[in-house]
Design a protein around this ligand. Structure first.
Ligand SMILES: Cc1cc2nc3c(=O)[nH]c(=O)nc-3n(C[C@H](O)[C@H](O)[C@H](O)COP(=O)(O)OP(=O)(O)OC[C@H]3O[C@@H](n4cnc5c(N)ncnc54)[C@H](O)[C@@H]3O)c2cc1C
Length: 118
């Protein structure tokens, strides 16, 4: 784990104290999760925070045109994938790559139909 053993021991001791005192002053964990780490064997793994999805951004219509605040398409502006996801209000397990593929194709197809500026 490449951790400083003293720091790790100190962290565990502090956590176990929180369990005895029935209050986690450091992270505010719920009481029922305060179970002391006393009897081994223990196993360790590194974990990191990460995000799967952003699921937000501007709204778009079925043509993948980005809409303004009044629901009107903004000329020549399209979006595909997560930027403006149809599922912006929820975590839709497994559907994001499909949405990226489908909306990317729709947006790309419609962009090529736009009249060039020059
Ligand atoms: C660990 C993990 C597991 C996942 N598992 C699944 C799964 O099983 N099924 C599923 O459906 N979805 C899954 N997802 C979600 C899915 O991968 C994403 O929803 C999808 O890739 C989003 O596609 P996108 O094209 O919208 O965005 P992205 O794939 O993020 O593409 C955006 C691109 O824009 C580029 N970019 C950013 N800023 C700029 C800039 N200024 N100029 C030029 N380029 C820029 C980025 O480099 C990137 O290449 C998972 C995501 C993660 C992180």
């Amino acid at each position: 784990m490449q951790l400083n053993p003293d720091a790790l021991g100190g962290t565990v001791a502090k956590y176990n104290e929180s369990c005895k005192g029935k209050a986690d002053g450091e992270f505010g964990r719920p009481l029922k999760t305060l179970i002391p780490l006393e009897k081994g064997p223990f196993y360790a793994m590194k974990t990191y925070p990460a995000t799967y999805n952003t699921q937000g951004g501007p709204r778009r219509n079925g043509n993948c045109q980005v809409l303004d605040a009044f629901g009107r398409p903004i000329p020549r502006l399209y979006s595909g994938g997560e930027m403006g996801s149809f599922f912006g209000w929820m975590y839709n397990g497994g559907g994001n790559n499909a949405e990226a593929l489908v909306t990317g194709k729709i947006a790309g197809t419609n962009v090529t139909k736009e009249k060039p500026w020059t």
